[in-house]
Design a protein around this ligand. Sequence first.
Ligand code: IDP
Ligand code: MG
Length: 138
Amino acid sequence: MLERTFSIIKPDAVAAGLSGAILAEIDQAGFRFVAIKKESITKREAEGFYAVHREKPFFSSLTDFMSSGPLFLMVLEKDNAITDLRKLMGATNPANAEEGTIRKKFARSLQENAIHGSDAPETAAFEIGYWFAGYELI
Ligand code: IDP
Ligand code: MG
């Protein structure tokens, strides 16, 4: 089923000059770029985005990191986009990520792990709506 997911190239990867390589991986995996924008987000915006993690011990550090520099916000489309992007990303901790995945190739730590991808249809809908207006998603 044709589906949309939300993704971020995180500040660690952008700062390391890895944006092009990661965009190429996503492109080669057959995703259509519905929308893409480079932004620097505030800590408050990062806290709203990661609200499900607000009770976690890493919440403050994570939202500091996500607001530390420019990132790419993206909406991606393909059949089974949500599951397929999570597979392409690899495990949250790059030490556990499968060979060939984006996090295995490009992530530097559990927190600075290069890429975000929505984990379910409901979270994809929330995350797309959090960062993009309807007119940006044509
Ligand atoms: P996911 O990005 O693979 O879905 P989540 O568990 O949803 O992983 O965590 C969101 C983000 O929070 C991770 O991608 C990572 O950047 C960060 N994170 C998760 N667990 C930890 C931790 O134990 N310490 C520091 N950062 C973490
Ligand atoms: Mg998650």
